[in-house]
Unconditional design. Structure first.
Length: 498
């Protein structure tokens, strides 16, 4: 299969030309899986803006997550997982496509002013959901999508950001209960599967609770209309909280933090306790996390109740973190650990041994890793830029990545912006401004985990080595136009340190 194979060509090719000629689309999909043993189900839950430090069992942030703490004991935890481009749409583009942002064209958040640059998930991209559709899976998507660029005529609800995703752009998801992006957590809006562009509706319920309700209905499938009960399923639940506005959540989730002083909540040494964002929102951020923790537990219980625990891979992660005032940063889309690091817990009883591993997992790796785990290694399309770590999750010794790529891309000037690498020890970030000025940041994550001291000026050889041994290969692999700046940056760096 060529790298430019379309999604439609891929789905048809998965079954064969003879079957394509004789079967309807629904018959085609069922034929793809006929005669095979039932593959595992997948439930992929990813709330928005949940930083990797905010898990009770990590003992970093003072957050109350009892259900995730229990889930972690049954799961493989990967605490060094990052969102390579820690922003909503770019993460989602990498997750769905298995490619970095230049390759999948989601170089920023999908919104109206970026439509002219084609910033959205491409319709002909072969996503992991397309692969599973071709294998006969039922596919459900619940919650925030944020992968389509709004265009005129805009809808009334959050017009320059939010938009309807038509069926032909849903990449195989046949059950749809979703929206583009809309932030009233206490009165969320949704398009259902058969709803037209103007047929969205509002719900007077906290969005994670409502989406957990819908996920439970899908898993239980009591009347057999939510999905094909004879086929495996993959369900994505994309909750919006703890994304801002932080204060929109049921009051009961504030109780674990009501009597705590602000000093006891702001424990990170890289946050100014007087920072307005930290003072105003940390308590509410943690409360929203506690609420999502409870809703995630309800989804887990539904899986148990229908006897699917042993047959279902469950993933809990997030699209990026939240600085909440650390380093003076308002939220995300920066290279600091609170922005980049995200939770990643994966459970498959009897198949994935529980524990913790410092694997440097990147967002595009999730696609090939999951499909490989599910038995579809040979179905992976060409052109993926992520790597599968399924064998590691099965307990094998493998070659591990030595670094993770960091991206921040101006959609109007994709050859500029910031690029960097994160290793087990160092993080290097090079940022080129519109007037071509370059700033450098280097942190020693072992000696300085809170990134308080920029070593770029005092450790030029480390900077040079990271550029040559880590950053350069990443830029070549991903076809990044930022690569053109490397020789000039190295020359300037050497001249400045001579």
């Amino acid at each position: 299969m060529s790298e430019k194979v379309s999604r439609r060509t891929f789905v048809k090719g998965a079954v064969g030309a003879a079957a394509v000629a004789s079967l309807s689309p629904s018959g085609l999909i069922k034929a793809a899986a006929r005669g095979k043993s039932k593959a595992p189900n997948l439930v992929f839950v990813f709330p928005d803006q949940w930083r990797g430090q905010a898990l009770g069992f990590r003992a970093e942030d003072p957050v109350h997550t009892p259900h995730l703490d229990r889930f972690a004991k049954e799961s493989l935890s990967l605490p060094q997982t990052v969102a390579n481009y820690p922003l909503c749409s770019p993460y989602r583009g990498m997750l769905m496509s298995g490619k970095y942002s230049h390759a999948n064209k989601v170089t920023g958040n999908c919104r109206a002013d970026r439509a002219q640059y084609g910033v959205e998930l491409q319709q002909d991209e072969v996503c992991w959901s397309d692969v599973l559709q071709a294998q006969g899976y039922s596919l459900g998507y619940i919650g925030k999508w944020h992968l389509d660029a709004p265009r005129e005529p805009f809808i009334e609800a959050n017009p320059k950001w939010n938009t309807w995703c038509p069926p032909e752009r849903r990449h195989g998801f046949d059950y749809w209960y979703s929206y583009g992006t809309y932030n009233d957590h206490n009165r969320p809006m949704y398009w259902e599967t058969k709803a037209d562009r103007e047929e969205y509706h509002f719900v007077d319920q906290w969005s994670p609770e409502h989406e957990a309700d819908k996920a439970i209905d899908y898993i239980q499938n009591e009347d057999g209309t939510m999905r094909d009960p004879d086929q495996p399923f993959a369900l994505v639940v994309s909750m919006n909280p703890p994304h801002p506005p932080y204060h929109l959540y049921p009051d009961k989730y504030r109780e674990p933090y009501a009597d705590k002083s602000l000093d006891s909540l702001l424990v990170r040494p890289n946050v100014d306790p007087e920072h307005p964002k930290a003072k105003a929102n940390t308590r509410d951020y943690y409360a929203s996390i506690t609420g999502v923790d409870e809703q995630f537990a309800r989804i887990l219980k539904a899986i148990d109740d229908v006897g699917l625990k042993e047959d279902t891979i469950v993933v809990f992660t997030s699209d990026h973190g939240d600085c909440l005032g650390t380093h003076g940063e308002v939220s995300k889309n920066n290279p600091f650990e609170e922005s980049m690091r995200v939770p990643f817990l994966i459970r498959w009883p009897g198949k994935i041994k529980p524990g913790s591993d410092d694997l440097l997992l990147s967002t595009p790796d999730i696609y090939p890793t999951l499909l490989d785990l599910m038995g579809f290694e040979k179905e992976l399309p060409e052109g993926l830029q992520g790597d599968s770590y399924a064998q590691l999750m099965r307990g094998a010794n493998i070659v591990r990545p030595s670094s993770q790529l960091y991206l921040k891309i101006p959609s109007e000037a994709p050859g500029l912006g910031a690029r960097g690498v994160r290793t087990q020890r160092y993080k290097l970030v090079l940022d080129i401004s519109a007037n071509k000025e370059v700033s450098r940041m280097l942190f020693d994550l072992k000696e300085d985990p809170y990134e308080l001291e920029n070593l770029a000026g005092s450790h030029p050889r480390v900077v040079e080595q990271l550029i040559d041994k880590e950053l350069k290969p990443w830029l070549l692999k991903t076809g990044d136009p930022w690569y053109q700046h490397l020789s000039a940056l190295n020359a300037a760096g050497k001249a400045g340190n001579s």
